[in-house]
Write a protein that binds this ligand. Structure first.
Ligand code: FMN
Length: 200
């Protein structure tokens, strides 16, 4: 079974709705299981993320899909506190070769959400993860998916807390795509696979 974790923070629930759609998409792939990992403010004590058991749950997953609202042009402080708490894993290359992807939402159509995705990409790269983009050409899709046109991940927009149906459909697609990519890389990472991905 390939395991895909949806790792997200949501203050008022819109990112959480996207996370549920991403999870549904991942679960639509055969032999894929989803691990829902919600980052909450109560896990942050004196500015540091202290929930080590949450991080432990990510040890055996094949892929992580990161989700955060865009706050002041980047991930939320809660998401960043979680990211900072993974520093020891960075040194051990514990997440190397896991697949990664990301999604975000903002209340503006172009509210600097791209910077949030780019931060997630860099975070994944710090861990030696393999970033999977969103392969839906914006404005060219028959169903209108990826309506805001970002290719590095899903950027969503809501002015009033109501999710746009197309953003939910795109989130579902992102989850499905990353689960499919994760299945391929999980097979390549298996100890008996040839040629496999060699450790540096
Ligand atoms: C402190 C704060 C900063 C925000 N900064 C941005 C921003 O830079 N760009 C944007 O488009 N929306 C911004 N927003 C709006 C949120 O991203 C938006 O309401 C989002 O849907 C919240 O996600 P959540 O419901 O998962 O908490 C901000 C909201 C707050 C509270």
């Amino acid at each position: 079974m390939t395991k895909v974790a949806i790792v997200f923070h949501s203050a008022t629930g819109t990112t959480k709705q996207l996370a549920a759609a991403v999870a549904d998409g991942a679960l639509s792939v055969a032999e894929v299981d989803v691990v829902n990992v919600e980052i909450v403010g109560a896990d942050i004590v004196e500015g540091r993320f202290r929930n080590s058991s949450l991080i432990e749950r990510l040890k055996d997953v094949d892929a992580m899909i990161f989700g955060s609202p865009t706050f002041m042009g980047c991930v939320s402080a809660q998401f960043k506190a979680f990211a900072d708490a993974t520093g020891d894993l960075w040194a051990d290359k514990a997440w190397s070769n896991k697949v990664a992807g990301g999604f975000t939402i903002g209340s503006n159509m172009s509210g600097d959400q791209l910077n949030t995705i780019q931060y997630m990409q860099i975070f994944a790269s710090q861990h030696g993860m393999l970033w999977a983009s969103l392969d839906i050409p914006g404005n060219c899709d028959a169903e209108g998916r990826n309506r805001l046109g970002a290719q590095s991940g899903l950027i969503a927009h809501s002015r009033d807390g109501e999710l746009h149906e197309i953003d939910l459909i795109t989130a579902n697609y992102l989850g499905r795509r990353i689960a499919q990519v994760a299945k391929i890389f999980a097979a390549a990472n298996a100890p008996d696979s040839q040629p496999g991905l060699a450790a540096a």
